[in-house]
Design a protein around this ligand. Sequence first.
Ligand SMILES: Nc1nc2c(c(=O)[nH]1)N[C@H]1C(S)=C(S)[C@@H](COP(=O)(O)O)O[C@H]1N2
Ligand SMILES: [Mo]
Length: 326
Amino acid sequence: MIIRNPKPWHNERSQITSKRLYLKRRHFLKSLIGVGIGATAFSLTGCTQSESEQALKASLKRPKISPLSTNPNFSNLERPITDEKLAGSYNNFYEFGGNKSIWLKAQDLPTEDWKVEVTGLVKNPKTYDLDEIKKQFPIEERIYRFRCVEAWSMVLPWVGFPMKALIKAVEPTSKAKFVRFTSFYDEKIMPGPTFHFGELPWPYTESLRLDEMANELAFFAIGIYGEELPKQHGAPLRAVLPWKYGFKGAKSIAKVEFLAEQPATYWNTLMPNEYGLIANVNPEVPHPRWSQATENFISEGPDLSWEIKETQLYNGYGEYVANLYS
Ligand SMILES: Nc1nc2c(c(=O)[nH]1)N[C@H]1C(S)=C(S)[C@@H](COP(=O)(O)O)O[C@H]1N2
Ligand SMILES: [Mo]
Protein backbone atom coordinates (compact mmCIF):
# COMPACT_ATOMS: atom_id res chain seq x y z
CA MET A 1 0.00 0.00 0.00
CA ILE A 2 1.23 3.46 -0.82
CA ILE A 3 0.98 5.93 2.05
CA ARG A 4 1.34 9.48 0.90
CA ASN A 5 -0.02 12.96 1.34
CA PRO A 6 -3.31 12.60 -0.51
CA LYS A 7 -3.45 16.27 -1.50
CA PRO A 8 0.00 17.63 -2.23
CA TRP A 9 -1.59 20.42 -4.29
CA HIS A 10 -3.24 21.77 -1.14
CA ASN A 11 0.20 22.77 0.17
CA GLU A 12 1.09 26.40 -0.25
CA ARG A 13 3.52 26.55 -3.12
CA SER A 14 5.69 28.91 -1.04
CA GLN A 15 6.14 26.23 1.61
CA ILE A 16 7.79 23.84 -0.78
CA THR A 17 11.49 23.76 -0.04
CA SER A 18 13.99 24.12 -2.81
CA LYS A 19 15.21 20.59 -2.14
CA ARG A 20 11.75 19.20 -2.68
CA LEU A 21 11.32 21.27 -5.79
CA TYR A 22 14.58 19.95 -7.13
CA LEU A 23 13.60 16.37 -6.44
CA LYS A 24 10.20 16.93 -7.94
CA ARG A 25 11.68 18.40 -11.08
CA ARG A 26 14.04 15.44 -11.47
CA HIS A 27 11.15 13.15 -10.92
CA PHE A 28 8.97 15.06 -13.37
CA LEU A 29 11.54 14.83 -16.14
CA LYS A 30 12.03 11.18 -15.40
CA SER A 31 8.32 10.53 -15.66
CA LEU A 32 8.06 12.42 -18.91
CA ILE A 33 10.83 10.36 -20.39
CA GLY A 34 9.27 7.22 -18.97
CA VAL A 35 6.04 7.68 -20.84
CA GLY A 36 7.87 8.49 -24.02
CA ILE A 37 7.07 12.18 -24.19
CA GLY A 38 10.35 13.59 -22.92
CA ALA A 39 11.44 14.48 -26.40
CA THR A 40 8.16 15.91 -27.60
CA ALA A 41 6.82 17.68 -24.51
CA PHE A 42 9.27 20.55 -24.90
CA SER A 43 10.32 20.29 -28.51
CA LEU A 44 7.75 22.72 -29.90
CA THR A 45 8.59 25.59 -27.66
CA GLY A 46 11.87 26.77 -29.15
CA CYS A 47 13.20 27.50 -25.65
CA THR A 48 15.62 25.73 -23.38
CA GLN A 49 14.26 22.99 -21.21
CA SER A 50 14.33 25.10 -18.07
CA GLU A 51 12.56 27.99 -19.80
CA SER A 52 9.91 25.53 -20.94
CA GLU A 53 9.56 24.16 -17.45
CA GLN A 54 9.05 27.68 -16.11
CA ALA A 55 6.41 28.30 -18.78
CA LEU A 56 4.67 25.04 -17.94
CA LYS A 57 4.66 25.92 -14.25
CA ALA A 58 3.27 29.36 -15.06
CA SER A 59 0.51 27.81 -17.16
CA LEU A 60 -0.45 25.61 -14.20
CA LYS A 61 -0.46 28.40 -11.62
CA ARG A 62 -4.11 29.41 -11.45
CA PRO A 63 -6.27 31.09 -8.79
CA LYS A 64 -7.06 28.79 -5.87
CA ILE A 65 -10.64 27.68 -5.41
CA SER A 66 -11.62 27.95 -1.76
CA PRO A 67 -13.17 26.91 0.49
CA LEU A 68 -12.96 23.44 -0.94
CA SER A 69 -13.83 20.04 0.43
CA THR A 70 -13.44 16.63 -1.15
CA ASN A 71 -16.60 14.63 -1.64
CA PRO A 72 -15.88 11.56 0.54
CA ASN A 73 -17.61 9.29 -1.98
CA PHE A 74 -15.00 10.26 -4.57
CA SER A 75 -11.80 10.43 -2.61
CA ASN A 76 -10.48 7.43 -4.57
CA LEU A 77 -7.02 6.82 -3.17
CA GLU A 78 -6.47 3.22 -4.16
CA ARG A 79 -4.33 4.60 -6.97
CA PRO A 80 -1.93 7.55 -6.61
CA ILE A 81 -3.02 10.89 -8.01
CA THR A 82 -1.18 11.71 -11.21
CA ASP A 83 1.50 14.38 -10.95
CA GLU A 84 0.11 17.84 -11.74
CA LYS A 85 2.86 18.75 -14.21
CA LEU A 86 2.57 15.45 -15.98
CA ALA A 87 -1.22 15.75 -16.32
CA GLY A 88 -0.78 19.34 -17.49
CA SER A 89 1.71 18.48 -20.23
CA TYR A 90 0.14 15.30 -21.63
CA ASN A 91 -3.19 16.39 -23.07
CA ASN A 92 -5.61 15.90 -25.91
CA PHE A 93 -6.98 19.19 -27.25
CA TYR A 94 -7.09 18.73 -31.01
CA GLU A 95 -8.04 22.34 -31.67
CA PHE A 96 -4.45 23.17 -30.67
CA GLY A 97 -2.72 20.25 -32.41
CA GLY A 98 -2.68 16.52 -32.92
CA ASN A 99 -0.12 15.46 -30.32
CA LYS A 100 0.00 15.42 -26.51
CA SER A 101 2.17 18.54 -26.28
CA ILE A 102 -0.39 21.28 -26.83
CA TRP A 103 -0.03 22.93 -23.42
CA LEU A 104 1.92 25.93 -24.70
CA LYS A 105 -0.24 26.52 -27.77
CA ALA A 106 -3.35 26.22 -25.60
CA GLN A 107 -2.26 29.34 -23.68
CA ASP A 108 -3.74 31.29 -26.65
CA LEU A 109 -7.24 30.28 -25.54
CA PRO A 110 -9.09 33.50 -24.63
CA THR A 111 -10.87 32.77 -21.34
CA GLU A 112 -11.58 36.37 -20.18
CA ASP A 113 -15.29 37.12 -19.70
CA TRP A 114 -16.27 33.56 -20.59
CA LYS A 115 -19.97 32.92 -21.10
CA VAL A 116 -21.74 29.57 -21.21
CA GLU A 117 -25.08 29.63 -22.96
CA VAL A 118 -27.58 27.05 -21.66
CA THR A 119 -30.39 26.76 -24.13
CA GLY A 120 -32.76 24.50 -26.06
CA LEU A 121 -35.65 22.56 -24.53
CA VAL A 122 -35.53 24.14 -21.06
CA LYS A 123 -37.92 26.27 -19.02
CA ASN A 124 -35.19 28.62 -17.79
CA PRO A 125 -32.57 29.24 -20.49
CA LYS A 126 -29.65 31.26 -19.11
CA THR A 127 -26.21 32.48 -20.04
CA TYR A 128 -23.80 32.05 -17.13
CA ASP A 129 -20.47 33.62 -16.43
CA LEU A 130 -17.92 31.89 -14.25
CA ASP A 131 -18.72 33.94 -11.13
CA GLU A 132 -22.39 33.03 -11.38
CA ILE A 133 -21.46 29.37 -11.80
CA LYS A 134 -19.27 29.48 -8.68
CA LYS A 135 -22.00 31.22 -6.68
CA GLN A 136 -24.95 29.19 -7.83
CA PHE A 137 -23.65 25.62 -7.87
CA PRO A 138 -22.25 23.42 -5.08
CA ILE A 139 -18.50 23.40 -5.81
CA GLU A 140 -16.54 20.43 -4.44
CA GLU A 141 -13.52 18.29 -5.18
CA ARG A 142 -13.86 14.79 -6.65
CA ILE A 143 -10.96 12.47 -7.31
CA TYR A 144 -11.85 10.40 -10.35
CA ARG A 145 -10.12 7.77 -12.44
CA PHE A 146 -9.65 9.02 -16.00
CA ARG A 147 -9.39 6.71 -19.02
CA CYS A 148 -8.60 7.85 -22.57
CA VAL A 149 -9.78 5.71 -25.48
CA GLU A 150 -6.08 5.49 -26.45
CA ALA A 151 -5.64 3.28 -23.33
CA TRP A 152 -3.67 5.65 -21.08
CA SER A 153 -5.19 6.45 -17.73
CA MET A 154 -4.63 8.80 -14.81
CA VAL A 155 -6.23 9.76 -11.50
CA LEU A 156 -7.23 13.42 -11.42
CA PRO A 157 -8.58 15.67 -8.63
CA TRP A 158 -11.27 17.75 -10.31
CA VAL A 159 -13.10 20.71 -8.79
CA GLY A 160 -16.60 21.47 -9.99
CA PHE A 161 -20.25 20.54 -9.56
CA PRO A 162 -22.58 17.73 -10.57
CA MET A 163 -24.37 18.21 -13.90
CA LYS A 164 -27.64 17.36 -12.21
CA ALA A 165 -27.42 20.73 -10.41
CA LEU A 166 -27.56 22.50 -13.78
CA ILE A 167 -30.49 20.31 -14.85
CA LYS A 168 -32.33 21.40 -11.71
CA ALA A 169 -31.62 25.07 -12.40
CA VAL A 170 -32.69 25.19 -16.05
CA GLU A 171 -35.49 22.56 -15.92
CA PRO A 172 -35.46 20.68 -19.23
CA THR A 173 -38.93 20.15 -20.68
CA SER A 174 -40.38 16.65 -21.11
CA LYS A 175 -39.30 16.76 -24.78
CA ALA A 176 -35.59 17.00 -23.92
CA LYS A 177 -33.86 13.61 -24.31
CA PHE A 178 -30.24 14.57 -25.09
CA VAL A 179 -27.73 17.24 -24.20
CA ARG A 180 -25.04 18.61 -26.51
CA PHE A 181 -21.87 20.34 -25.33
CA THR A 182 -20.16 22.68 -27.78
CA SER A 183 -16.56 23.72 -27.20
CA PHE A 184 -15.27 27.20 -27.98
CA TYR A 185 -13.79 27.41 -31.48
CA ASP A 186 -11.84 30.10 -33.31
CA GLU A 187 -9.90 28.98 -36.36
CA LYS A 188 -7.57 31.98 -36.07
CA ILE A 189 -5.99 30.64 -32.87
CA MET A 190 -6.75 26.92 -33.26
CA PRO A 191 -4.66 25.36 -36.03
CA GLY A 192 -5.99 21.83 -35.51
CA PRO A 193 -3.95 18.66 -36.07
CA THR A 194 -1.39 18.72 -38.86
CA PHE A 195 -1.94 15.03 -39.65
CA HIS A 196 -5.41 15.69 -40.99
CA PHE A 197 -5.86 17.73 -44.15
CA GLY A 198 -9.57 17.31 -44.85
CA GLU A 199 -12.45 19.31 -43.43
CA LEU A 200 -12.81 18.71 -39.72
CA PRO A 201 -16.26 18.98 -38.11
CA TRP A 202 -15.40 21.90 -35.78
CA PRO A 203 -16.49 23.03 -33.30
CA TYR A 204 -15.85 20.04 -31.03
CA THR A 205 -19.19 18.74 -29.82
CA GLU A 206 -20.17 15.88 -27.53
CA SER A 207 -23.48 14.53 -26.31
CA LEU A 208 -25.11 12.48 -23.55
CA ARG A 209 -28.54 11.06 -23.00
CA LEU A 210 -30.39 13.16 -20.44
CA ASP A 211 -30.52 10.26 -17.95
CA GLU A 212 -26.72 9.97 -18.19
CA MET A 213 -26.35 13.68 -17.55
CA ALA A 214 -28.59 13.36 -14.48
CA ASN A 215 -26.39 10.59 -13.03
CA GLU A 216 -24.54 11.40 -9.81
CA LEU A 217 -21.13 10.96 -11.50
CA ALA A 218 -21.59 13.39 -14.41
CA PHE A 219 -19.56 16.48 -13.50
CA PHE A 220 -18.71 19.92 -14.81
CA ALA A 221 -15.15 20.81 -13.82
CA ILE A 222 -14.05 24.41 -13.29
CA GLY A 223 -10.80 23.39 -11.60
CA ILE A 224 -8.18 20.73 -10.98
CA TYR A 225 -5.56 20.30 -8.20
CA GLY A 226 -7.45 22.82 -6.06
CA GLU A 227 -7.15 25.66 -8.59
CA GLU A 228 -9.07 26.98 -11.59
CA LEU A 229 -8.56 24.91 -14.73
CA PRO A 230 -5.38 25.53 -16.71
CA LYS A 231 -6.14 26.23 -20.36
CA GLN A 232 -4.70 22.92 -21.55
CA HIS A 233 -7.26 21.07 -19.38
CA GLY A 234 -10.17 22.94 -20.99
CA ALA A 235 -10.59 26.18 -19.03
CA PRO A 236 -12.84 27.53 -17.74
CA LEU A 237 -15.48 24.76 -17.83
CA ARG A 238 -15.29 21.20 -19.17
CA ALA A 239 -17.22 17.96 -18.83
CA VAL A 240 -15.86 15.00 -16.81
CA LEU A 241 -17.56 11.61 -17.22
CA PRO A 242 -15.37 9.07 -15.47
CA TRP A 243 -17.19 5.92 -16.65
CA LYS A 244 -16.77 6.91 -20.30
CA TYR A 245 -13.74 7.38 -22.53
CA GLY A 246 -12.05 10.74 -22.11
CA PHE A 247 -13.17 12.14 -25.47
CA LYS A 248 -16.73 12.43 -24.13
CA GLY A 249 -15.53 15.17 -21.76
CA ALA A 250 -15.70 18.26 -23.98
CA LYS A 251 -13.30 21.04 -22.99
CA SER A 252 -13.84 24.82 -22.84
CA ILE A 253 -17.61 24.54 -23.15
CA ALA A 254 -19.37 27.58 -24.61
CA LYS A 255 -22.84 26.12 -25.13
CA VAL A 256 -25.02 23.47 -23.47
CA GLU A 257 -28.18 22.58 -25.42
CA PHE A 258 -31.07 20.34 -24.48
CA LEU A 259 -32.42 18.49 -27.51
CA ALA A 260 -35.15 16.05 -28.50
CA GLU A 261 -33.02 14.06 -30.97
CA GLN A 262 -29.54 12.59 -30.72
CA PRO A 263 -27.13 15.10 -32.30
CA ALA A 264 -24.09 14.39 -34.45
CA THR A 265 -20.81 14.78 -32.53
CA TYR A 266 -17.27 15.61 -33.59
CA TRP A 267 -15.85 12.07 -33.30
CA ASN A 268 -18.94 10.24 -34.52
CA THR A 269 -18.88 12.39 -37.65
CA LEU A 270 -15.16 11.92 -38.20
CA MET A 271 -14.83 8.25 -37.15
CA PRO A 272 -18.25 6.61 -37.53
CA ASN A 273 -16.70 3.12 -37.26
CA GLU A 274 -15.31 3.77 -33.74
CA TYR A 275 -17.35 4.23 -30.57
CA GLY A 276 -20.91 5.55 -30.77
CA LEU A 277 -22.75 7.95 -28.48
CA ILE A 278 -22.41 5.80 -25.33
CA ALA A 279 -18.63 5.08 -25.40
CA ASN A 280 -18.49 3.54 -21.92
CA VAL A 281 -15.18 2.11 -20.76
CA ASN A 282 -15.48 -1.62 -21.48
CA PRO A 283 -12.60 -4.13 -21.59
CA GLU A 284 -14.59 -6.36 -23.95
CA VAL A 285 -15.26 -3.86 -26.70
CA PRO A 286 -12.00 -3.31 -28.58
CA HIS A 287 -11.19 -0.26 -30.62
CA PRO A 288 -10.94 -1.14 -34.35
CA ARG A 289 -7.13 -0.87 -34.02
CA TRP A 290 -6.37 -2.00 -30.43
CA SER A 291 -7.67 -3.97 -27.48
CA GLN A 292 -9.20 -2.19 -24.49
CA ALA A 293 -8.58 -5.16 -22.14
CA THR A 294 -5.74 -3.36 -20.35
CA GLU A 295 -4.74 0.23 -19.72
CA ASN A 296 -1.48 2.09 -19.14
CA PHE A 297 -1.87 3.82 -15.82
CA ILE A 298 0.36 6.87 -15.79
CA SER A 299 1.33 7.10 -12.14
CA GLU A 300 3.93 9.21 -10.42
CA GLY A 301 5.85 6.35 -8.83
CA PRO A 302 9.63 6.83 -8.96
CA ASP A 303 10.27 3.37 -10.38
CA LEU A 304 7.34 2.82 -12.67
CA SER A 305 6.27 5.50 -15.10
CA TRP A 306 3.21 3.57 -16.02
CA GLU A 307 1.64 0.36 -14.90
CA ILE A 308 -0.39 -1.97 -17.03
CA LYS A 309 -3.71 -2.60 -15.33
CA GLU A 310 -6.80 -4.52 -16.30
CA THR A 311 -9.51 -2.28 -17.65
CA GLN A 312 -12.62 -2.31 -15.47
CA LEU A 313 -16.11 -2.21 -16.91
CA TYR A 314 -17.45 1.36 -16.60
CA ASN A 315 -13.93 2.25 -15.44
CA GLY A 316 -14.87 0.76 -12.04
CA TYR A 317 -17.97 2.94 -11.57
CA GLY A 318 -20.60 0.24 -12.23
CA GLU A 319 -22.31 0.77 -8.87
CA TYR A 320 -23.32 4.24 -10.08
CA VAL A 321 -24.05 3.73 -13.75
CA ALA A 322 -24.70 0.06 -14.61
CA ASN A 323 -28.45 0.57 -14.13
CA LEU A 324 -28.46 3.11 -17.00
CA TYR A 325 -27.56 0.39 -19.50
CA SER A 326 -29.60 -2.66 -18.51
N1 LIG B 1 -12.74 20.51 -27.14
C1 LIG B 1 -12.08 19.38 -26.95
N2 LIG B 1 -12.37 18.62 -25.88
C2 LIG B 1 -11.70 17.46 -25.64
C3 LIG B 1 -10.71 17.00 -26.56
C4 LIG B 1 -10.43 17.82 -27.69
O1 LIG B 1 -9.57 17.50 -28.54
N3 LIG B 1 -11.12 19.00 -27.84
N4 LIG B 1 -10.07 15.80 -26.33
C5 LIG B 1 -10.75 14.83 -25.47
C6 LIG B 1 -9.93 13.69 -25.14
S1 LIG B 1 -9.64 12.54 -26.36
C7 LIG B 1 -9.44 13.49 -23.87
S2 LIG B 1 -8.61 12.08 -23.46
C8 LIG B 1 -9.59 14.54 -22.84
C9 LIG B 1 -8.22 14.94 -22.29
O2 LIG B 1 -8.35 15.78 -21.16
P1 LIG B 1 -7.04 16.31 -20.43
O3 LIG B 1 -6.10 16.79 -21.49
O4 LIG B 1 -7.52 17.41 -19.53
O5 LIG B 1 -6.48 15.16 -19.67
O6 LIG B 1 -10.23 15.72 -23.32
C10 LIG B 1 -11.32 15.49 -24.22
N5 LIG B 1 -11.98 16.73 -24.52
MO1 LIG C 1 -8.90 10.64 -25.28
